[in-house]
Design a protein around this ligand. Structure first.
Ligand SMILES: [Cu+2]
Length: 148
């Protein structure tokens, strides 16, 4: 669990990562009789669903203080996505223009609200997640999701 230290006086944001490993479609029989024995049992398709629940605790109105969880594809300019989002009030501070850069985005959580977003873990690597509420990324609401 990670707590944003930024808004300790105003609110508390808790991120809970709940990964559940699912070994799906394990072949009941060897896919090919000719497959090398060394590969037997290695043909599992692994998908890793991840559920993130973001809870915002704040006494302020939602449009004055809220948070979201926006997971970015690798190599994306997080500052650019944050800036575009800050100007996109009509779409809860996630710009439609950034769609191609985003793996998953939660709804906006105002004080006392919890939002949950589910996605399939991307390929092994490091991915940034940010809050796109105005000025929050710049204030340090950024983290890293590491897929191994
Ligand atoms: Cu925030």
């Amino acid at each position: 669990m990670t707590r944003h230290s930024l808004c300790a006086a105003l609110c508390t944001v808790a991120l809970t990562l709940s990964p559940a490993l699912a070994l799906a479609q394990a072949p009941k029989t060897a896919p090919k009789a000719a497959a090398p024995k060394a590969a037997a049992g290695a043909n599992f398709m692994v998908s890793l669903p991840v559920m993130v629940t973001l809870k915002a605790v704040s006494a302020l109105p939602k449009m004055a203080m809220a948070h979201n969880f926006v997971l970015l594809k690798a190599g994306v300019d997080a500052a650019a996505v944050a800036s575009a989002g800050a100007a996109a009030r009509d779409t809860n501070f996630v710009s439609p223009k950034s769609k191609a850069q985003i793996i998953a985005a939660s709804a906006l959580a105002g004080g006392g609200e919890s939002v949950t977003v589910e996605f399939t873990a991307p390929a092994a690597g490091k991915y940034q997640f940010i809050c796109t509420f105005p000025a929050h990324f710049q204030a340090g609401m950024v983290g890293q999701l590491i897929v191994e």
